[in-house]
Every structure is written in structure tokens, then in C-alpha cells.
Design a protein. Structure first.
Length: 133
């Protein structure tokens, strides 16, 4: 069975999510909660096209208030900053240990416990390659 994917747009109006499918003019339905949008749209599309609901896949694109968009953007920036900080910390740990600093001194310099320094060092150490004769 061939499955077709449809983009579903929804926006909050009062206590309901108003659902439309731009690819299928005139197809509108509604749902109480966002988690109900996909199954409602899938069922409406299947009824309109007289096909098995299993042949319909939907991608839900809710219209978001500006505050939600800002929050999502800030959360992504925080994840990106965490990843950058983790990479910079791993680089610093490798450099400090390579330069002869103790695990305890590296921890004191980076504000981490010696145990955490050891974890980072062991996670970012490359395994030696074996040379079989």
C-alpha cells in the first residue's frame, strides 16, 4: 500500500485547534488538543479521498504564538551552548593533562570534580591502534 504524506496546518481558535490541509481544498476539521490533530486530520483525509487511513501520513505544522517561538529558539540556543561548552571543556581537559597537570588541578581550574575530569579524559581518549604482525 502506498502511503501519501500531507502537510496539516492548525491554529488555536478559542478552545479548539482549527485544522486544514492546504493540499486538499475545503478539507477542514477541528480537535480539542494538539495531540489529537494528526489522527483527526488522517481520518478526515481518508474519508474525503475514500481510502484506508493507513495510507495517509500527516505532518502537523501548528501556528505558534510568538512567545512559544521565542522559547523554542532560546532552548535551542541553550542546547547549542551546552554542546559548545562540553566540547571546549573536553579540549581543555586533554590539553591540561597532556601538559602535565594533575586530574585534581585540572578539576580545580575548570570548576569540576577530579572524577568528572577523569570521565571526560577517558571518554575523549582515542584507543591505540593495534599493529598485528
Amino acid at each position: 500500500m502506498e502511503v501519501t504524506t500531507y502537510s496539516v496546518v492548525c491554529q488555536r481558535i478559542g478552545n479548539w485547534w482549527a485544522i486544514s490541509v492546504p493540499e486538499l481544498r475545503g478539507l477542514h476539521t477541528q480537535a480539542r488538543r494538539l495531540d489529537q490533530v494528526a489522527p483527526m486530520a488522517q481520518e478526515a483525509i481518508a474519508l474525503l479521498l475514500d481510502i484506508d487511513p493507513a495510507a495517509v501520513n500527516v505532518e502537523v505544522h501548528p501556528e505558534l504564538p510568538g512567545t512559544v517561538t521565542q522559547a523554542l529558539s532560546a532552548r535551542q540556543a541553550a542546547r547549542d551552548a551546552d554542546k559548545k561548552a562540553e566540547q571546549a571543556t573536553a579540549t581543555a581537559v586533554r590539553a591540561l593533562l597532556r601538559d602535565g597537570y594533575t586530574v585534581r588541578d585540572a578539576g580545580a581550574l575548570l570548576g569540576l570534580s577530579p572524577q568528572r575530569i577523569s570521565q571526560i579524559a577517558s571518554r575523549h581518549t582515542t584507543a591505540p591502534t593495534s599493529t598485528a604482525a
